[in-house]
Design a protein around this ligand. Structure first.
Ligand SMILES: [Zn+2]
Length: 354
């Protein structure tokens, strides 16, 4: 029997006995009848009020317990005191009851305890929808999202790329085991001893040397373009670490470091240092290479030879470089084709395929 039923039984038995006693008293002593009747009514009313109050409190508590149970019973998890504690904490941080239910569904108890009790992350559940979401970086997502005008999805993506770090901060050595797929940018660098495996491009292909595999594909591309009436040549390909160093230092002298960093790479951070990049026909913004038929040909065909436009327009916040319509990077035919189809930067592609 429930507590509710028990207490009702006890109360009814008590009232019954009390009325019986009063009725027998009434028979003995008739002159006080009216007073006694009034007293009985008052006492009964008192009991009813107390009883209703107790029942109301009991029922409220029961509803509260049911809610806790429904939160705790997701995916058959056990109800524990610890979980009850962090739910209270989440509510105190300002999450709604529904948010707490979603958080319970989406994160483990340890994740909540480790990452979510410090502050309220307003966009937490939206960030969570991104396939790149990693709870460890929740604070970075929220900070980056609040500072910029990106969607939650892009904020997560850009933080996962590492873009919430200033360029040339948090620098790591590039993974040289990746061969022609090596990532070199303002976060990843190679050192002076990097073996670029070079060969000269040769007559009819313009200046310089490239990585052997890249050079072969570059020559194939130039030959194919020629058949379409398009003239392509290298004006700058491989640069040694030391030549990059003197180029960069000259630009810093001329324009200051901040400006120089937008168009020239620091030594070890240039794709030209890897032998995998080539500047085609020009390297000057004022030449407006993007308006030429040579550019149009490259955009439509370079991926077939393993090359991508490495620094597209409006992607400076990802690549760290302003638009360079002349700069092409060799990866390989397969990956360049995928990047061409997805229309993304190499950084984005790497994250998508992590
Ligand atoms: Zn270049």
């Amino acid at each position: 029997m429930s507590t509710y039923g028990k207490s009702l039984n006890i109360l009814l038995a008590f009232i019954y006995n009390y009325i019986k006693e009063v009725m027998s008293m009434r028979n003995k002593n008739k002159k006080n009848d009216d007073d006694k009747l009034l007293l009985v009514i008052i006492i009964l009313l008192g009991f009813i009020i107390v009883y209703l109050t107790v029942i109301t409190i009991y029922e409220d508590r029961k509803i509260g317990v049911d809610n806790e149970t429904s939160i705790n019973n997701n995916e058959g998890k056990d109800v524990t005191y610890d979980e009850y504690v962090y739910k209270e904490d989440l509510l105190t941080l300002g999450y709604s009851h529904n948010d707490v239910l979603e958080i319970e569904k989406s994160f483990t108890k340890d994740e909540v305890k480790t990452y979510l009790l410090e502050e309220k992350y307003t966009n937490l559940l939206k960030f969570k929808e991104s396939k790149y979401f990693n709870i460890k970086n929740i604070k970075r997502y929220q900070l980056y999202f609040d500072k910029n005008e990106y969607t939650e999805e892009n904020a997560v993506m850009y933080v996962e790329i590492g873009l919430d770090n200033e360029f040339y901060s948090n620098i790591k050595p590039a993974d040289t085991s990746k061969g022609t797929l090596i990532l070199v940018n303002k976060y990843y660098s190679i050192d002076e001893n990097y073996d670029a495996n070079l060969e000269t491009l040769g007559d009819g292909y313009g200046k310089g040397k490239m990585n052997k595999e890249a050079a072969k594909h570059f020559r194939e591309m130039v030959d194919a373009a020629k058949k379409d009436g398009i003239k392509l040549r290298s004006i700058s390909a491989y640069r040694s670490y030391s030549s990059q160093k003197s180029i960069y230092e000259n630009y810093v002298k001329k324009d200051g470091q901040k400006k120089a960093d937008t168009y020239s790479a620091r030594p070890g951070h240039s794709e030209h240092n890897t032998g995998l990049a080539v500047d085609i026909n020009t390297a000057s913004t004022s030449a407006h290479f993007e308006k030429t038929k040579e550019y149009e040909w490259l955009i439509n065909n370079s991926y077939k030879y393993g090359f991508i436009l490495r620094y597209p327009e409006d992607k400076m916040f990802i690549t760290g470089y302003k638009y360079e319509p002349w700069h092409y990077r060799y990866l390989n035919v397969e990956i360049a084709t995928k990047i061409h189809e997805l229309d993304v930067t190499y950084e984005e592609y790497l994250l998508m395929n992590k």
